[in-house]
Design a protein. Structure first.
Length: 494
């Protein structure tokens, strides 16, 4: 509905909001009549270079310094005034259109690609702030609790806020800080060293696990399991829940300095717990989930889809290289690499590839954002080699295994058929000789029974293999279908 910052600035579909931004700009200018538009533009000119460093592909925003600073003022005023309006610092008359659509506007302000640097918003707020007005970060927290009914967020002291303003990146970062502040840091012993396999809520319930809502909610992540009782904080699912969770997870995934990744871990846990509408229904009955979006299967789909963007077992590329839960797979990658380098021909191929990647390292880095830290950048060529080798070899091994299975199956069938033909020929020769003894007849009958048994076993084995292949193809088809649907849903959202 509303574009903030440079990324969606030229989107014509968002044009109707321009007049409301002008309305908010006038309101903003009335707060400090000693300053005019030129004064604010002049202040923003001083931080323009710093602002540009916060965005990727800055060259596409053009070289017009005046236009860029006008955009910062125009959008920044709208954000600051929207926050003020929903925190009680509003004019006597509210705009009806903004008031009706405020949920959609809030959702847009939480989009990762729809952000202004926080220091820009803070500067504009400070230049028009009244003596008794709260710091902007505190107002953002109040705004969030106004729109989202999550467990109470931690309020930092004014001193803590003022000390951290320079480190705050944008509005979404503020929400992340308040949501996660106060949660105990994870120790290395808290992590699993192997992939987690967890039954869903219904299966756990059938096994004797009970559920209860956390009584004194302090955090969304205050999940406990003691003496067969799992306590989980209350969670309200509304139309904007999926968008908000997706953007908080995206922020965690693209920020190497954000650790632990609470929202990613929370959605992974909920995805394990919820497989179908039955699981959602069970959690709704216990007061843990409240569903405002429709059918229970929609809530199940929400958590199952979100988790599709979070690696569960293995990290490929630089983004999840430091995720402790995925570290156990690194030894298998090294094993794949070692097997390749131990082969003279393939080893030479991968060595040449490594030399080639080292030369084109910075070209490859352009495909990733600028938030990679120096340690990851330094090891980037090794990451490309290790992960690239694993992916290529895994795919190759998968198809080789499939081909080998089919070949083995064919060979077994041919051997069994040849054996059967030989036995039948022997029997025919014996019958032609005639005058068989009773004993020989019995032996032949036994052989026939054994052969029939073998034939039945072979057919059973063949059916089993066929079913296995069918299941595998069905699984692939289902996966492709799900992926296609997710892409279509994303296109619709865009």
């Amino acid at each position: 509905m509303v574009s903030i910052g440079p990324y969606h600035k030229k989107n014509t579909q968002l044009g109707p909001m321009k007049k409301y931004k002008l309305l908010y700009l006038r309101r903003f200018l009335q707060r400090n009549e000693r300053l005019d538009v030129k004064s604010y533009i002049s202040e923003l000119e001083k931080v323009k270079e710093k602002v540009l460093k916060c965005y990727e592909d800055i060259e596409k925003f053009g070289n017009d310094s005046q236009e860029f600073c006008e955009m910062l003022l125009f959008d920044g005023c709208f954000v600051v005034e929207f926050i003020r309006e929903h925190c009680g610092i509003y004019p006597e008359v509210k705009d009806k259109i903004i008031n009706i659509n405020h949920n959609y506007i809030f959702r847009d302000l939480m989009l990762l690609e729809n952000q202004l640097p926080f220091f820009v918003l803070d500067k504009l707020h400070e230049m028009t702030k009244q003596d008794d007005e709260l710091p902007l970060a505190i107002l953002v927290n109040k705004l969030f609790t106004f729109f989202v009914n999550w467990p109470k967020m931690t309020f930092l002291s004014f001193g803590e806020i003022e000390c951290n303003v320079e480190n705050i990146k944008h509005l979404l970062h503020v929400v992340h800080i308040f949501s996660c502040h106060g949660n105990p840091m994870k120790n290395s012993k808290d992590y699993l060293t192997s992939p987690m396999v967890m039954p869903n809520a219904t299966e756990l319930s059938e096994a004797g696990v009970s559920y209860a809502k956390v009584k004194n909610m302090t955090s969304l992540f205050d999940i406990r399991f003691e003496n067969g009782l799992m306590t989980i904080p209350y969670f309200l699912v509304v139309d904007g829940t999926e968008t908000l969770l997706r953007n908080l997870i995206a922020y965690e995934q693209q920020s190497p300095d954000v650790y632990p990744t609470y929202f990613s871990d929370y959605t992974t846990f909920m995805d394990h717990l919820i497989d179908s509408d039955k699981d959602v229904n069970l959690l709704c009955q216990k007061g843990i989930i409240e569903n405002w979006i429709g059918e229970d299967k929609e809530v199940a789909s929400l958590f199952n889809k979100i988790d599709a963007y979070t690696p569960m077992l293995i990290s490929i590329g630089p983004y999840h290289k430091r995720t402790h839960e995925l570290s156990s797979m690194e030894k298998y990658k090294l094993l794949y690499l070692y097997n390749n380098f131990s082969s003279e021909k393939r080893g030479l191929m991968w060595k040449l590839a490594f030399v080639h990647w080292r030369k084109r390292k910075y070209e490859a880095l352009k495909y990733y954002d600028n938030n990679l830290d120096n340690d990851i950048v330094g090891k980037f060529s090794e990451i490309l080699l290790l992960d690239g080798c694993f992916v290529v070899e895994f795919i190759q091994e998968y198809y080789e295994t499939e081909e080998e299975e089919e070949e083995e199956e064919k060979e077994e069938e041919e051997e069994e058929e040849a054996e059967e033909e030989g036995e039948e020929e022997e029997e025919e020769a014996e019958e032609e000789e005639g005058g068989e003894e009773e004993e020989k007849k019995k032996e032949r009958e036994e052989r026939r029974k054994k052969r029939k048994k073998k034939k039945m076993k072979r057919r059973k084995k063949k059916r089993k293999r066929k079913k296995k292949r069918k299941r595998r193809n069905k699984k692939r088809k289902k996966k492709r279908k799900r992926k296609k649907k997710e892409e279509e849903d994303e296109d619709e959202e865009e």
